[in-house]
Ligand binder design. Structure first.
Ligand code: XBP
Ligand code: MG
Length: 251
């Protein structure tokens, strides 16, 4: 036995592919609403995903582009609040289904008595919108603890959010597995001494995932298995279930 007692999920990119068609679109609508003279196209947004947190991302973009009007932190907060409302509306349209295998794994973990938590950079409102749209009203309650957004001083890649979630669960890192999609998320979880499974996305493919337990394209379903991209058994097709996770962790 591996001693696994909890799974800690990242949200954006891991539970669902939310960045390109939901977060990015919401940012652009908010920029229009506030008459900001720029939009984020798909590659530009991808480049700025290196900065976690929407407010921090916008500040980073403005720092790099002095030709655009420089706005105050309070204006950034207002724009971000609007973006959060817009994101909720976009998500409610069903544009971000759970990634393959996520629902299966959540159900299996619940049935096996494993504890479930979330560690994310995005806001609690956004987590609620995504869970509601995919899992209905009981979505939020599937997770024993949801650590989100500004609840910690430093966002990923800092370890704060994972350390905070571990503290709330009252568990040691060795008893948990983190599921992530990005290098920033991996660094954050490794900083809290967690083992980390990566399911990469179009945006995060090619990032440095050294230190991850395995890197896959997806968790997979029986009819659509995932592929191990990095780590032991690379190239093998798998459907990631609890038994396989236990095997990987036990070694
Ligand atoms: C991803 C992020 C977030 C989202 C935007 O977080 O960095 O900032 O891109 O959401 P994670 P906000 O993968 O850790 O869930 O605008 O609410 O920050
Ligand atoms: Mg992520």
């Amino acid at each position: 036995m591996s001693g696994l007692r909890a799974l800690i999920f990242d949200v954006d990119g891991t539970l669902a592919d939310t960045e390109r068609d939901a977060h990015r679109v919401a940012f652009n609508q908010a920029f229009t609403d506030f008459s900001l003279p720029f939009q984020w196209d798909v590659p530009t947004y991808g480049a700025y995903l290196k900065i976690t947190g929407g407010k921090e991302r916008l500040r980073g973009f403005l720092n790099d582009h002095p030709q655009f009007p420089q706005i105050s932190d309070s204006e950034i907060r207002q724009i971000h609040q609007r973006k959060t409302v817009l994101y909720g509306e976009i998500i409610a349209q069903g544009v971000a289904p759970l990634r393959p295998g996520v629902k299966r794994l959540l159900d299996a973990a619940h049935a096996a008595g494993l504890r479930l938590a979330i560690a994310t950079t995005t806001t609690p409102d956004n987590v609620a919108a995504l869970l509601q749209s995919n899992l209905g009203t009981e979505g939020w309650n599937r997770f024993e603890y949801i650590g989100a957004g500004d609840i910690v001083p430093n966002k990923k890649p800092a370890a704060d959010i994972y350390q905070h979630v571990l503290q709330q669960l009252g568990l040691r890192a060795a008893e948990c597995l983190a599921l992530e999609d990005s290098e920033n998320g991996l660094r954050s979880a490794l900083g809290a001494d967690l083992r980390v499974l990566i399911t990469q996305t179009e945006y995060t493919a090619g990032q440095d995932f050294s230190g991850a337990l395995r890197v896959l394209d997806q968790l997979g379903e029986a009819e659509q298995p995932g592929t191990i991209l990095q780590g032991q058994d690379a190239g093998q097709e798998v459907v990631v279930d609890l038994a396989l996770m236990e095997r990987w962790l036990a070694r």
